[in-house]
Write a protein that binds this ligand. Structure first.
Ligand code: B16
Ligand code: MG
Length: 218
């Protein structure tokens, strides 16, 4: 208990909005498979791993495929998705995110990424944010998906801090649950109705301050 020493940031929905590109790529796959996939359906995929996202998509379409075929479909979607993220520019960083990362770094707070995405490195490079992170834990480094706390516990370990010294920033309910399961403080980014379990809920990092971070200390 006590002092906060580190911030762990989710990527999609916190630092950048990649959900719109995921949506285009999933919708295209659904179209090829012969069914519609709406923006509302896409909400169910936020924070969820690629293969679980595919399972949800196939369930919506009422179709089933072999594991081998599912791997091929996920790969196809990812290739399409990557054509979008490879064109991303730093002006796509969400308002206040870079400024907040820089401010925390200047105050001596350690910073790590905790994302389900296997494309996190590509995205951070495109946004020119990679050097701000002391540790990057992404979908290539974990075996358990959120709400399991693995991604954040590995982040704390890499930063050499205790779980209770960390604050997690998350836009997905499963991510908030992962932070709490890991015995960490959590700031939800989005709607209080969805993220009500977080210690604080804000609209975006533009609303975050060093004082608000300190106010989360026990
Ligand atoms: P990939 P986050 C998550 O990122 C996305 O919210 C989710 O929609 C996506 O399915 C997942 O990454 C996996 O992404 O296909 O790139 O490995 O919110 O955990 O930063
Ligand atoms: Mg997210």
């Amino acid at each position: 208990m006590g002092k906060i020493k580190a911030c762990l940031f989710d990527l999609d929905g916190v630092i950048v909005d990649t959900a719109k590109y995921h949506y285009i790529a999933w919708r295209e796959l659904a179209k090829e498979l012969g069914f519609d996939f709406t923006e509302e359906d896409n909400e169910r995929l936020k924070g969820v791993s690629r293969m679980t996202s595919l399972d949800i998509l196939l369930e919506i379409g009422g179709v089933s495929h072999s594991n081998e075929e599912k791997l091929r479909l996920a790969e196809k979607k990812n290739e399409n998705y990557r054509t979008f993220i490879l064109k991303m520019l730093p002006d796509e960083i969400l308002p206040g995110a870079k400024e907040y990362l820089e401010e925390m770094k200047a105050k001596g707070i350690k910073i790590a990424l905790g994302s389900a995405s296997k494309n996190a490195m590509t995205i951070l490079d495109r946004l020119e944010l990679t050097s701000l992170f002391e540790a990057i834990i992404d979908g290539t480094k974990v075996s358990e998906a959120k709400p399991d706390p693995e991604v954040f516990l590995k982040g704390a370990e890499a930063l050499n801090v205790l779980a209770e010294e960390c604050v997690v920033f998350e836009d997905a309910e499963a991510g908030v649950e992962a932070a709490l399961a890991g015995n960490m403080k959590c700031v939800g980014i989005g709607s209080p109705e969805v993220l009500g379990k977080a210690h604080l809920v804000i609209d975006g990092l533009h609303q975050m301050t060093y004082e608000k971070l300190r106010s989360l200390e026990d």
